[in-house]
Structure formats: structure tokens, C-alpha cells
Design a protein around this ligand. Structure first.
Ligand SMILES: Nc1nc2c(ncn2[C@@H]2O[C@H](COP(=O)(O)OP(=O)(O)OP(=O)(O)O)[C@@H](O)[C@H]2O)c(=O)[nH]1
Length: 402
């Protein structure tokens, strides 16, 4: 794993990232903006080329020389427009810099023609070359190496043209130094700009990475919180509410039924001879039976009914908006369902029954314990009188239902 300093190290003379992966990422990042600016620059370049033809016409009139220069201008402008159009579909050409470098070299070659057709404006031609040299570093975005190459073509070509037109060595040396000046200035400015832009990109990338890892950390902590919350409120084996959570839900439901004046019933149930199931079929099968019971009750009851596991093989069901009579019918249906739905576990069929103790939550019940105690008493009676039955706890005593 590279450190940020290694990843974002820059070449001091190319002004590009030494790491090719980072350089590619940077170019991709700036591609749309660079391609847009380059397209505008190419249009301006082509417009200037064509409009300067007017000066040639004033100097040369309708002549072979004018036709040659205008032809060269028209070819250059057409190539510039073509490149601008292709950039729309290949925006990476802008950041790679090769296409525009080739265009500049072709442009220089056509420009050299003017030296021969209009030797009368040699000083003007050299002046324009000086401006072109500095423009190169703007036209080839983010690639000073390629700008240097195009500038070298421009300088060597201009000197060659002047030599062919008979310029002496001192003049050539003077022009050479003169042309080096904008080249050095353009190179230094572009290199500095390139380095600063890439440094900004490096900072931006680091920020994005830090943000992303922070986001992941937040998500991890959120899911951990959800998991902890689940562990704190539910029973790991059955997924039902545990005793602690059940007490909170009981209080909420009791308050609601008091406020709305509705009835609330509570049922405690205990599987019959569960120890025997464990001893005969093993603890794993016993666990499967507990899960089966939890799933069956959750499926058969309403969404508003609340099922919990109070530990061991004891379950509790809270039935909002249900009076004792309705609750008794409903719980007896549950009892029958359980009796008629044996558990298929590890190739064995295990018949399960349960005994249910039922009570209605009363106004004077301060907490769940009082209601559970009544239901437990009824449950105990049910166990005593033969199991697999619903026993209702009432003020006077308990009523049996088998
Ligand atoms: N497999 C399994 N067994 C459990 C779990 N919790 C408690 N038990 C077992 O449940 C059995 C409860 O046995 P008892 O309290 O004697 O009750 P019982 O055998 O159902 O008898 P009655 O309630 O009188 O019908 C014990 O053997 C416990 O070990 C559990 O999470 N998984």
C-alpha cells in the first residue's frame, strides 16, 4: 500500500504524476472541462487563421501567392474544425494531447509557407511565431512535454526557413534567443500550473477517500447499533421479544388500552413435557421445536398481538383490544394448531402440546408481574389437571378449557 506521498509524487520536469494510475485518474477527472476549453480554443484559432487572410489579400491581391496562403489557411482551419468535432466523441484526445500536438506541427508547416510567399513581412512572421510559441503551452493542456516538442518544431522550422531565405548566422542566433524567451516563459508557467492543478487533485482525492471511509465507518456503526439493539430486545433462538423488552411493550399497551378504554388480555404458555422431548430427541431438536412454536404463533396471530419468550419453554402472548372471552377462543385455536402441527426435525416427527394460562389485564395491575402471576397460576392449574389445555384466570378462580 503506497503512502499519499508516494502515490501523488510529481515529476519536476514533466509536471505529471509518477504513478501512471494516478495520472490516468487525474486526466479522467479533468477530461470534460479540458475537452470543452480545447474545443473553444480550436474554434478561436481557426477563426483567427481565416480572418488574417484579409491582410494577405490587401498585400497580395488576387495572385498565386494569395491562393497558396489562403489554401494553407483553409486546410489548417478545416483540420482545426475537424479536430474540434472529433473531440466531442473522443474527449480523452484533449487530455492525452497527441492530436492537438500533431495539429500544431501541421499548422507550423503550413505557416512556414508564408515565409516564402511573403518575405516582405519577415519581422511580422517572426513576431507571430513568438506569440504562437507561448500559445502552445495553453493549447496543449496539462502536457508540457508535448508542448516542448511542438515548440522545438516551430523554432527549428522557423530557423530553417530563414536560413533558406538567406539569413546570416548572427541573425539566426538572435532569432533563436528571441524565440527561446517565450518558450521558457510558457514552459515555466505551464509547468507550475500543471503541478498546482495535480496537487489540488491529490488533495481532492484524499478528501474523497477520507469521506468514503468515514461513510463506511458510519454505516458499520449503524448496523452494529441495529444488531446490538436487536440483541438487547430479542431472544437469539426464536427472534421473539425477550423479557426486558416485553415489559416495556406491556406498559405501552396497558397505557393505550387505558386511554382508549379497550380490553387487554395476556396469556402465558408452557410446552408440555419439553424435558422429555430434549431427553429423547436431543437438545438441537428441542431448539427446533422452540423455533417452530415461535414461528407458528407469529404466523397465526395478528400483527398487533405481541409474542415473547420469557425463557426456557415458556412463552407469553399479549392480545390488545381483546376481552377474555375472545382471547380464550383465540388461544384455544392456537393450542389446537400446535397440537395438529407436529415438528419434523432430523427425520423425526415430534408431537408438541402446550398448556395456556390466560388472564385479562386489570386496571389495578401496576406492572406485568401481577398479570403474569395470575396467568401463571392458571397455567399451573392446567398442568395439574392434565396439560394441553387453556385455563382462564378470573377473580373467583380458574376455568378450564380442553
Ligand atoms: N432445547 C432447549 N431446551 C431448553 C431451553 N431452555 C430450557 N430448556 C429445557 O426445557 C426443559 C423444561 O423442563 P421442565 O421445566 O421440567 O418442564 P417440562 O419437561 O416441559 O414439563 P412440564 O412443563 O411440566 O410439562 C428443561 O429440560 C430445560 O433444559 C432451550 O433454549 N432449548
Amino acid at each position: 500500500m503506497k503512502t499519499p506521498n508516494e502515490r501523488f509524487a510529481l515529476s519536476s520536469w514533466r509536471g505529471e504524476f509518477l504513478d501512471p494510475v494516478e495520472e490516468r485518474a487525474y486526466r479522467k477527472h479533468v477530461e470534460p472541462m479540458v475537452a470543452k476549453h480545447l474545443r473553444t480554443s480550436l474554434k478561436v484559432w481557426a477563426g483567427l487563421l481565416l480572418s488574417f487572410g484579409f491582410l494577405d489579400f490587401i498585400a497580395l491581391g488576387w495572385s498565386v501567392g494569395f491562393a497558396l496562403i489562403m489554401g494553407a489557411r483553409a486546410i489548417s482551419a478545416a483540420l482545426l474544425f475537424l479536430l474540434g468535432w472529433r473531440l466531442r466523441y473522443n474527449p480523452h484526445w484533449a487530455t492525452s494531447g497527441y492530436a492537438v500536438t500533431a495539429m500544431e506541427i501541421v499548422g507550423f508547416l503550413l505557416f512556414f509557407l508564408i515565409h516564402f510567399v511573403r518575405p516582405d513581412i519577415a519581422i511580422w512572421n517572426i513576431g507571430v511565431t513568438l506569440i504562437l510559441l507561448i500559445c502552445l503551452y495553453i493549447f496543449i493542456p496539462n502536457r508540457v512535454v508535448l508542448s516542448n516538442l511542438a515548440a522545438a518544431c516551430g523554432i527549428v522550422g522557423t530557423l530553417l526557413c530563414l536560413k533558406l531565405l538567406g539569413a546570416e548566422a548572427p541573425k539566426l542566433v538572435g532569432v533563436f534567443f528571441f524565440m527561446c524567451l517565450p518558450t521558457v516563459v510558457g514552459f515555466a508557467a505551464a509547468l507550475r500550473l500543471q503541478i498546482v492543478q495535480r496537487q489540488q487533485f491529490a488533495l481532492h482525492s484524499e478528501m474523497v477517500e477520507i469521506n468514503t471511509s468515514l461513510q463506511h465507518e458510519i454505516e458499520r456503526r449503524e448496523s452494529l447499533e441495529v444488531e446490538l439493539q436487536k440483541q438487547a430486545t430479542t431472544d437469539a433462538l426464536t427472534g421473539l421479544y425477550n423479557r426486558r423488552q416485553y415489559e416495556l411493550l406491556f406498559h405501552r399497551e396497558r397505557e393505550r388500552s387505558r386511554r382508549l378504554g379497550t380490553r387487554l388480555s395476556l396469556c402465558v404458555l408452557d410446552l408440555d413435557h419439553f424435558k422429555h422431548i430434549n431427553d429423547t430427541h436431543g437438545h438441537d431438536v428441542g431448539d427446533q421445536v422452540l423455533r417452530h412454536v415461535a414461528a407458528l404463533f407469529t404466523r397465526k396471530l395478528r400483527q398487533t398481538d405481541i409474542v415473547g419468550r420469557f425463557g426456557g419453554e415458556e412463552f407469553i402472548v399479549l392480545l390488545p383490544e381483546t376481552d377474555l372471552e375472545c382471547a380464550e377462543r383465540l388461544v384455544d385455536r392456537l393450542r389446537q394448531c400446535l397440537e395438529q402441527a407436529p415438528v419434523e426435525a432430523d427425520g423425526e416427527t415430534v408431537h408438541v402440546t402446550a398448556t395456556f394460562g390466560l388472564t385479562e389485564v386489570e386496571a389495578q395491575d401496576g406492572n406485568i408481574e401481577q398479570a403474569v402471576k395470575r396467568a401463571d397460576r392458571a397455567l399451573y392449574e392446567g398442568k395439574q389437571s392434565g396439560r394441553n389445555r387453556v385455563v382462564t384466570a378470573s377473580q373467583e378462580g380458574s376455568e378450564d378449557r380442553v
